[in-house]
Design a protein around this ligand. Structure first.
Ligand SMILES: CC(C)(COP(=O)(O)OP(=O)(O)OC[C@H]1O[C@@H](n2cnc3c(N)ncnc32)[C@H](O)[C@@H]1OP(=O)(O)O)[C@@H](O)C(=O)NCCC(=O)NCCS
Length: 404
């Protein structure tokens, strides 16, 4: 049978969420919330006759890149029903989404992947390695001096007024972070209905003040467990950050001091997170490294010209891109005063790589030399990977604090 790809109509937002969730084997609890965030003009159905059997959507975001921010197509709600898998439906949806992003002038596409095997073929690279930690509170202690700070719990409605200001200060300095709308905060980040809770307690917002000003916050839930009469509760940190190193430490001092908590868990921490170094017993964090944000350069030249670089110099890149052939070719990146100029060239290449690997390197979170040693990037001139590392280096490791 013919499968037709078509846009989702404005009145089909909830139906869209039902189909996408069905592909994950879930019901559509919370569908109304996500339906309100959906940009229906960027959502697609794959239909068998009049029945939608596949879905995908793009949210329009701005993402921080080293030294600035760029518009990005944030791909989400990708799913194909189990009855229709492995016939190329996702491939067609992806072609449509990337062509549309290109038409809109978005140099980047980004996503979180359910499985690392899916998106490399479409040119996405694992750009933001991150760490999940779970530490017994009895051993959760910083070895730095206590920060003079004050924490206060605020109702979620009030949090919506305070948290975005703190987040934005962190966001502009941190590659990989997304600009959030007021709607996004309300319907997504601060959502606290039963679906959002997933069996845990209510979402708690704590604001940390230094010198009387909000400089950090934590959003967390407690998973209560009174087995054998002793609390074995887990404090699940949904998001925590500070605008300065001291503020960040103050947030974690607060979290580590909450009573009746046996373990503290946090996910998707950037690999340079101060906690890793300031904690008294790093081994007890039991940090597990995984992937978070995947990055695809929709327009390689615009993306390369759209970030700042860590050093001056030149680099000739031979890029292969079977899925978006307009990117294939050799180009010369020339950096002056941190700004990059990109032009096509016939010069011999320094590095040859697939677009997915360039996506992995793009935010500065992955060392080009490591990809050469892993057999994923070809170093055609000695020292080229080291030169690329100096150029692509960013001040901070990238961080994407939440799944979208
Ligand atoms: C992931 C999913 C959307 C793929 O859809 P699909 O229509 O089957 O994908 P396609 O047929 O276009 O697959 C294209 C290629 O990717 C491969 N592929 C697709 N999904 C894969 C997976 N989960 N693991 C490994 N390879 C996969 C296919 O084998 C195919 O390879 P080929 O070109 O060598 O034959 C679908 O399996 C699904 O809905 N899974 C459950 C929900 C989910 O994980 N969604 C992703 C959210 S980020």
């Amino acid at each position: 049978v013919e499968i037709a790809i078509r846009p989702v109509r404005p009145d089909e937002a909830e139906r869209f969420v039902v189909v996408a969730e069905m592909a994950f084997g879930k019901d559509a609890q919370g569908a109304d919330r996500f339906a309100q965030l959906l940009e229906t003009d960027r959502a697609l159905f794959a239909c068998d006759g009049d029945q939608p059997v596949g879905a995908s959507a793009v949210l329009s975001f701005r993402v921080t890149v080293p030294g600035g921010e760029l518009p990005a197509a944030a791909v989400t709600a990708v799913g194909v029903l189990p009855t229709h898998r492995r016939r190329g439906i996702l491939t067609r949806l992806m072609h449509a989404m990337l062509a549309d992003a290109r038409g809109r002038g978005e140099p980047l596409a980004v996503l979180w992947s359910s499985e690392a095997t899916i998106y490399g073929r479409f040119g996405f690279g694992d750009a933001v390695p991150c760490g999940d930690v779970e530490v017994e509170r009895a051993h959760a202690r910083l070895r730095t001096d206590p920060v003079p700070a004050r924490a206060r719990l605020v109702p979620l409605a009030a949090a919506a007024d305070v948290l975005p200001g703190v987040y934005d200060r962190v966001r502009v300095a941190t590659p990989g972070m997304l600009a959030r709308s007021e709607r996004w905060w309300r319907l997504h980040r601060l959502a606290d209905d039963e679906t959002a809770r997933g069996g845990a307690g209510p979402l708690v917002a704590a604001v940390v003040e230094l010198d009387g000003r909000p400089e950090g916050y934590a959003l967390y839930r407690i998973e209560h467990d009174w087995g054998e009469g002793v609390s074995r509760a887990v404090l699940d940190v949904r998001e925590a950050m500070g605008t300065t190193p001291a503020a960040t430490r103050a947030v974690w001092e607060f979290l580590f001091g909450i009573d009746l908590v046996a373990r503290v868990r946090a996910s998707f921490l950037p690999l340079d997170h101060p906690l890793r170094f300031a904690v008294a017993e790093p081994r007890r964090l039991r940090m597990r490294v995984g992937d978070s944000l995947w990055v695809r350069l929709v327009d390689v030249d615009a993306a390369l010209a759209g970030r700042r670089y860590g050093a001056d110099g030149t680099l000739v890149l031979d890029v292969a891109d079977d899925f978006c052939p307009w990117n294939t070719g050799r180009r010369r990146l020339e950096v002056h005063g941190g700004r990059g100029r990109v032009e096509p060239t016939e010069e011999p290449a320094d590095l040859a790589l697939d677009c997915a690997e360039l996506g992995a390197l793009y935010l500065g979170g992955v060392d080009p030399g490591a990809l050469v040693r892993a057999g994923l990037v070809d170093e055609l001139r000695e020292g080229a990977a080291e030169r690329a590392a100096r150029l692509f280096r960013a001040e901070r490791a990238p961080w994407c604090a939440e799944i979208f």
